[in-house]
Design a binder for this molecule. Structure first.
Ligand code: SAH
Ligand code: SF4
Ligand code: F3S
Length: 454
């Protein structure tokens, strides 16, 4: 008998990966993916706790789910409701108190036990809570994915974080750092490629802290892992995210120089340009060290495009500190970036720090920073106009006859192309820069005539 499973995913790519694994786990039990929670037999909210807004979204969503669950009951059916992910880990008991109709609450490290939790919830009236950090690695209990991964796939290689930046919940919600054995990663990558993936993004909260058991003996860092993945036939593009400036080592820099499949785009969060704020955040790097790391990466791969994360209004951040952030942005030049107002998170050291920055000051700084970052992004995109970029087409575009894909620099590019070109890397002449994407035209003829790619 088929049942319907609806999963809503919030937060980072690791949650996207986890949601796909949850679906894999439930498929053998007859649960097939549903596009809406209405009438579903099992609804999972896979949640994010990183900022207050992200966490609060879950409770408003649960209000809507509750009405659907009640409607289902009036029709004589049953809908199980589960809350997974980082809010579940951090606020499991609070969820059970505020939303007692939730049947199952489980954290990011116990979802391999989902089938048992579902069976238990179906048998009992009370809620099931599992937010432990089990000794066994969940990866050993996950089935091989039967679902087609698509052209671009995620692969979690590292989990958790031992860095304890003072503002961040991740070390508490995801637990201690853990790296999967390299042989397991390579085997999963091979399966993804055989199932049609041409690009794989290696994931971890602190992915370049990767130090997995090597296939023979010893350990591999991320650089060695990438080198080995580059030998997989059919794997044309490799990316990784999110990395920490402290963990960019020589072998990773060498991989950017030596591995053509490793895309010239790097998300390297810096958070602030002020050494005083960086120290207070326990980031364990200075602005100068960040700049030197970027210089070395650019020496290895001159066309490397950079992205970053910024927090404004960290407790005690002065006007001078904020100016140092603007200076760093001006000096480095980012192709893309994310920036946030500092959001105090319960249980983290910074939440009780003295000297909070007033809301209006945070808002003003965020607007000023985003104005600069948007100008830089626009300038970077405009520098691509008139050049030919190799685009990996992933799916149909918004308009009929179009496909969309990504440039090496992770820009979204759309062009007119036949649907059978999904999964191909195609040279595209960039003709126009739109707010969130580039528009182009397939340029094979231009290449044939000797126009070189950018
Ligand atoms: N592992 C990554 C970041 C994961 S969280 C790293 O080391 O950088 C993604 C981003 O959310 C962070 O880079 C940070 O910019 C932002 N963030 C995390 N906690 C935050 C908080 N309490 N308030 C505002 N932004 C936060
Ligand atoms: Fe959070 Fe990243 Fe710092 Fe780890 S390194 S504590 S994930 S911001
Ligand atoms: Fe959010 Fe957890 Fe990812 S807090 S950003 S879902 S690790």
């Amino acid at each position: 008998m088929t049942k319907r499973l609806f999963i809503k995913t919030y937060g980072c790519q690791m949650n996207v990966y986890d949601s796909a694994r949850m679906a894999d786990l439930m498929l053998p039990l007859g649960y097939t993916p549903a596009a809406s929670p209405d009438g579903a037999d099992l609804v999972i909210l896979n949640t994010c706790h990183i900022r207050e807004k992200a966490a609060e979204k879950v409770f408003s969503e649960l209000g809507m789910i509750r009405r659907l669950k009640q409607a289902r009951e009036r029709q004589g059916g049953r809908m199980l409701v589960a809350v997974a992910g980082c809010v579940a880990q951090a606020e499991g008991e609070e969820i059970q108190r505020r939303a007692p109709f939730v049947d199952i609450v489980f954290g990011p490290q116990t979802y391999h036990r989902l089938p048992e939790m579902v069976a238990q919830a179906l048998d009992t009236a009370g809620g099931v809570l599992d937010t432990s950090f089990p000794a066994e690695a969940k990866f050993d209990y996950l089935p091989e994915s039967p679902a087609a991964p698509g052209v671009s796939a995620f692969l979690t290689v590292q989990e958790g974080c031992d860095k304890f930046c003072t503002f961040c919940v991740v070390p508490y919600t995801r637990g201690a750092e853990y790296s999967r054995p390299a042989a397991d990663v390579v085997a999963e990558a091979r399966r993804l490629v055989m199932a049609g993936a041409r690009e794989i993004t290696l994931l971890g909260q602190n992915v370049n802290a990767y130090h997995g058991a090597a296939p023979a003996d010893g350990e591999w860092g991320l650089g060695e892992l990438i080198l080995s993945l580059a030998h997989l036939p059919g794997l044309d593009r490799i990316r990784y995210t999110t990395s920490h400036p402290r963990d960019v080592d020589d072998s990773l820099i060498a991989a950017h120089r030596d591995v053509p499949q490793l895309m010239p785009f790097l998300h390297l969060p810096v958070q602030s340009g002020s050494n005083r704020v960086l120290a207070a955040m326990n980031r364990r790097h200075t602005a100068g060290q960040y700049k030197r790391t970027v210089e070395r990466l650019r020496a290895a791969r001159p066309d490397l495009a950079l992205s970053s994360d910024f927090i404004v209004g960290y407790p005690g951040e002065s006007d001078d500190d904020f100016r140092a952030t603007l200076d760093l942005v001006a000096e480095i030049g980012f192709a893309q970036a994310f920036s946030f107002k500092y959001s105090p998170r319960p249980g983290t050291p910074a939440a009780t720090a003295a000297d909070p920055v007033p809301g209006p000051v945070k808002a003003e700084r965020l607007a000023a920073l985003q104005a600069v970052l948007q100008r830089q992004q626009r300038a970077f995109n405009e520098s691509c106009a008139g050049h030919v970029l190799p685009v990996l087409f992933e799916k149909p575009g918004r308009h009929p006859g179009q496909l969309v894909g990504r440039s090496p620099y992770l820009q979204s590019v759309h062009a007119e192309a036949a649907p059978d070109r999904i999964g191909e890397i195609v040279p595209v002449m960039i003709r126009a820069v739109e707010p969130n994407s580039l528009a182009g035209a397939i340029a094979e003829t231009a290449i044939a005539e000797g126009v070189h790619a950018a």
